[in-house]
Design a binder for this molecule. Structure first.
Ligand SMILES: [Zn+2]
Length: 352
């Protein structure tokens, strides 16, 4: 199948040469909140059960300013499907996810990305797992290549060596690769490499874009960015989770909410993170800061929603279609400027 490129349409690297690229991720969390993904297993069965919801979210993220349609194959790999006893759905799920994303990419002109992620199988001490992981990547990347993706996102890797394996498979398929590593509590990969070192190795191995995604919120991911930018010559990607992480609770898994200890076993991740969610203004601030540090490919992972993406795009000077509905509180019935309020509703703001 051919790529969704229209004649003259700029690819990922061309777009990065002329300005930042926004990529909305976080499909698992957003569709879980909407009632179409089960927290825990986190397998994207929604692709087959409710494809219209996946297509709708693709369109909503583009409407909000994403430049990329990422096929929802995150955790749609062999090991996750085995856990829920549905191995037979592996290929149909992947092909359907790619087809849904492709349809939206073609109609919109957005970039189409395939996706692979941490397999949860990789063990550096066990060569058999590395063979299995390579096969898992090869089947998913093969389906992505057949769907004509512009590039493949390999994301949320804790082991940089697993990311290198994904990169190798993506490059063997002749595709561009955006590879991002997930920072956990310690600012190193699971094998103990600094993120700067790991990203340098990925760039040297041919990744087109390298960086960080998931795990940490804006406040605790930003400090990792300067060393990564300094270490590589390729564009750097930064896609945190939009949660208010802080130095003593640097990841969204480490956040604690004593109010709800009983219901959440002391850990609000992943279903009780709502009170920690960043607002749109915090995301705008993050976007400006990360751009100033030199990141060129920006987005949000788990927890990101369209209003965040719009804020991100607008803070980059873009005007996505959703900006038509960006807030204008001057026209609010009770809080607006005096000339739009009825006499009856003047001076009420202190009572609300
Ligand atoms: Zn994530």
């Amino acid at each position: 199948m051919t790529s969704p490129d229209r004649p003259g349409r700029a690819g990922l690297l061309d777009r990065l040469r002329t300005g930042p690229v926004v990529c909305a991720e976080g499909y698992l969390f957003e569709l879980e909140r909407r009632g179409y993904v089960q927290a825990g297993p986190f397998v994207p069965e929604v692709v087959l059960d409710h494809p219209e919801e996946v297509s709708a979210l693709h369109r909503q993220f583009l409407h909000a300013g994403s430049d990329v349609v990422e096929a929802f194959t995150y955790y749609g790999h062999r090991d996750k499907l085995r856990v829920i006893g549905k191995d037979h759905l592996l290929e149909p799920l992947n092909r359907q996810a790619l087809s849904l994303a492709r349809e939206v990419a073609v109609e919109s002109g957005a970039l189409l990305a395939g996706n692979v992620c941490n397999t949860n199988v990789y063990d550096p001490a066990d060569p058999a797992t590395q063979t299995a992981v390579r096969a898992m990547f090869a089947e998913q990347v093969g389906w992505a290549a057949e769907a004509g993706v512009d590039f493949v996102i390999g994301e949320t890797f804790w082991y940089a060596a697993e990311a290198l394996l994904a990169l190798e498979v993506i490059r063997e398929a002749g595709l561009s690769a955006v590879i991002t590593l997930a920072p956990h509590r310690d600012p190193v990969t699971r094998e103990g490499w600094s993120f700067a070192d790991a990203c340098r190795r990925l760039a040297d191995a041919g990744a087109d874009v390298v960086g960080l995604n998931c795990g940490r919120g804006p406040a605790t991911m930003l400090p990792l960015v300067p060393d990564v930018v300094a270490a590589v010559d390729v564009p750097v990607a930064v896609l945190p989770v939009p949660y208010r992480t802080r130095p003593d609770q640097p990841t969204f898994q480490s956040l604690r909410d004593p109010e709800y200890d009983r219901q959440t076993s002391g850990m609000p991740f992943p279903t009780a993170l709502d009170p920690f969610t960043c607002n749109r203004f915090e995301i705008a601030d993050f976007t400006r800061e990360v751009r100033a540090l030199g990141a060129q490919y920006v987005g949000l992972c788990c927890g990101g929603a369209p209003h965040h993406i719009r804020s991100m795009a607008e803070s980059l000077g873009q005007i996505p279609p959703a900006s038509r509905y960006s807030e204008d509180m001057s026209k609010h019935a009770f809080l607006g400027s005096d000339d739009v309020r009825s006499d009856h509703n003047r001076d009420l703001s202190g009572m609300l």
